[in-house]
Design a protein around this ligand. Structure first.
Ligand SMILES: Cc1cc2nc3c(=O)[nH]c(=O)nc-3n(C[C@H](O)[C@H](O)[C@H](O)COP(=O)(O)OP(=O)(O)OC[C@H]3O[C@@H](n4cnc5c(N)ncnc54)[C@H](O)[C@@H]3O)c2cc1C
Length: 377
């Protein structure tokens, strides 16, 4: 059963990648059907950090700056390496400093921008995607939909990737647990990162959303995934945990969830037939930071540009979609590659000592590291 018209593009998934793709396509004049399996607003396990790049990209999508007012800019970075004194470095440029915006709020705001740009949003969980000649068909319980092109922005375990791409994510995988903390005593507005022998090259975090709420969590490589539940419990509950030392007696913890991350650049395809993959579906999460919102938005916009060019010149569809592969490789490969290199250094036995030394070499240098770190997301 085919429901309704044939759209130019179906975007599967209404996270940051899908909303960005839909907005980009509408700006280029294409008709867009956005299929999202969850009702918005919905939670997505995340550290909720919008770094310097992500902040500028959400502005490019049209997000009103005032929507970010409840989430003050982070005022600095605190590095906690087990067994050493915490190192605090202040950020001077608060205008572009990261903010911690719960995904429940951010993703609902971005999908709203996509709808206001003219994308048609339907609540549907896509079970399968088929390509018949020059037509794409998406299948879900509520019916089939047709389009000329499809963008898979459906995150980890993407059904578009499983249906239309032979490759699987062959790179490094991470696993992270996240919770929210409310502490009436309040937080200092510092992005806190906790490294220990058990988590490296992954880390624990405390990212303050506002004065009294924070996002906390622990991320490890998948190879250490079996240890995550115990590490997460230790981080949240053990009196010896560096997190508990920072919380007052009245603090409460809720909304614990765990989620995988496809880390780093891999040689997988991101364009095949009449399909493109963006965001986590395309494996674009930073292996050092675990940040992927900026990559999701950027790749969503890049995919929209290539899809719009393909729609305008149907005889050269393959050429324009292949341009997306090249754009992705040009932008993401060097950046994700650099993060992977630093991550490898941290995984080495002397890694944590070197990191600590880097941040204590001179106040000028650690301000520079902090600035660079803030711009990785
Ligand atoms: C614990 C954790 C902490 C993180 N912290 C940060 C951080 O602080 N900063 C940062 O930048 N990044 C962070 N990341 C990474 C970031 O969350 C992702 O990179 C980002 O969500 C990718 O966006 P996306 O739009 O590609 O995918 P998603 O945000 O996963 O969105 C995919 C959407 O597709 C929908 N969908 C899935 N399947 C279907 C289907 N079959 N049919 C219809 N809809 C479907 C989903 O419901 C979802 O809404 C973190 C990740 C984890 C797991």
């Amino acid at each position: 059963m085919i429901l309704g018209d044939v759209h130019d593009v179906i975007v599967v998934g209404g996270g940051p990648a899908g909303s960005a793709a839909a907005i980009g396509l509408r700006r280029a004049g294409a008709s867009v059907l956005l299929l999202e399996r969850q009702e918005m607003p919905r939670d997505k396990p995340c550290g909720d950090i919008l770094g310097t790049q992500a902040l500028s990209l959400v502005a490019e999508l049209g997000l009103d700056r005032r929507a970010l007012d409840p989430f003050p800019p982070l005022r600095g970075f605190a590095l906690h390496v087990a067994g050493r004194r915490p190192k605090v470095s202040r950020e001077r440029d608060l205008a572009s400093a990261p903010r911690v915006v719960p995904r429940k709020i951010l993703d609902a705001a971005l999908i709203d921008l996509a709808v206001r740009a003219g994308a048609e949003l339907r609540h549907a969980r896509v079970d399968q995607v088929l390509q018949h000649g020059e037509t794409i068909v998406t299948r879900s319980r509520s019916g089939d939909h047709e389009s000329r092109l499809v963008i898979g922005a459906d995150g980890w375990g993407s059904v578009v990737a499983r249906s239309l791409f032979e490759e699987r994510h062959a790179g490094q995988t991470g696993l992270a647990g996240r919770a929210y903390v409310h502490d009436p005593r309040g937080f200092e507005g510092l992005m806190r990162v906790f490294y220990s022998e058990e988590t490296r090259p992954g880390y624990g975090w405390l990212f303050p959303i506002d004065r009294t709420h924070a996002n906390v969590g622990v991320g490890v490589l998948r190879s250490d995934g079996h240890a995550l539940p115990a590490l997460f419990r230790h981080f949240l509950e053990d009196p010896g945990s560096p997190l508990l030392n920072l919380l007052g007696d009245g603090a409460s913890v809720d909304s614990e969830r765990t989620w995988p991350l496809a880390l780093g650049w891999t040689a997988r395809r991101r364009a095949a037939g009449r399909a493109l993959l963006a965001g986590d579906a395309a494996s674009l999460v930073g292996p050092l930071t675990g940040a992927g919102i900026h990559s999701a938005i950027r790749s969503g916009l890049m995919a929209a540009r290539s899809a719009a060019a393909a729609l305008a010149a149907p005889a050269s569809t393959a050429f324009h979609l292949a341009a997306y592969e090249r754009d992705c490789a040009r932008w993401f490969r060097p950046r994700l590659g650099l993060e992977r290199l630093i991550q490898r250094g941290l995984a080495a036995p002397a890694g944590l000592g070197a990191l600590s030394a880097l941040f204590t070499a001179s106040p000028r240098l650690d301000a520079l590291w902090t600035h660079l770190l803030f711009s990785l997301g």
